[in-house]
Design a protein around this ligand. Structure first.
Ligand SMILES: [Zn+2]
Ligand SMILES: [Zn+2]
Ligand SMILES: [Zn+2]
Length: 218
């Protein structure tokens, strides 16, 4: 039996940045990955710039170094194919989160199993509206996500793929109680729910429950 304690992660105003080159997949397939050719050079951290409406600005074009900068990748990380002059030069960024209990900092693709955060880009605009799986927000108007083994993200407040009430958006396929901040987060079927499953989560390589702040396989 494997157990993972739930840890709570808060967003920061900082992002990790990379100099990225890639090719679009309709023009070219990477011989190593079958996807597009891709390469990144890690630059470090910077302040996040937000749009007027509060979202993270994806447009970093006026902040990137010139194309002559030697830190831009020359070849694909996977297959070694050289990039062409027309392939994009992208300043790529990911928001950094901090674990309040330990002070650890990470981007969401690298947080440990059991890490929990609020997908604020979903929940922020839904603080006053209805709750339920059709709205992707839980009873506290947050949209909680838990990191599972295999780097899968479990959106607890979303609709389960085997939901038995597909026409109803106000129930919770997974009913959650407690709070991730204090170790009491608990997910089950105790409340306004449907008949899908028993409150467990199944992804390739993992099936388990989140009970009383502990994610446990079964
Ligand atoms: Zn490639
Ligand atoms: Zn359901
Ligand atoms: Zn099982």
């Amino acid at each position: 039996m494997t157990e993972f304690k739930i840890s709570w992660w808060e967003p920061t105003d900082r992002e990790r940045q990379w100099l990225r080159r890639y090719t679009s997949s309709d023009k070219h397939k990477c011989t190593a990955t079958g996807s597009y050719c891709n390469a990144k050079f890690e630059l470090g951290e910077a302040d996040i710039l937000y749009t007027d409406s509060g979202y993270i600005s994806g447009d970093r074009d006026n902040r990137k170094p010139p194309e002559s900068d030697p830190r831009w990748p020359i070849v694909c990380d996977a297959c070694g194919r050289p990039f062409g002059a027309d392939d994009p030069y992208q300043l790529f960024g990911k928001q950094i989160y901090v674990c309040e209990a330990t002070g650890a900092r990470s981007t969401l693709d690298k947080v440990p199993v059991g890490a929990c955060w609020d997908a604020w880009w979903i929940s922020e605009r839904r603080k006053d509206g209805p709750t339920g799986c059709g709205h992707n927000v839980g009873p506290d108007h947050r949209s909680l996500v838990v990191k599972l083994p295999g780097n899968r993200d479990w959106q607890i407040d979303s609709r389960a793929s085997n939901c038995t009430k597909p026409d109803d958006g106000d129930h919770f396929c997974w009913v959650r109680h407690g709070r991730p901040e204090d170790g009491t987060l608990h997910v089950g079927k105790d409340g306004n729910t449907c008949s899908a499953g028993a409150g467990s989560i199944a992804v390739p390589g993992f099936h388990g429950f989140l009970h009383h702040g502990i994610l446990r396989d079964c």
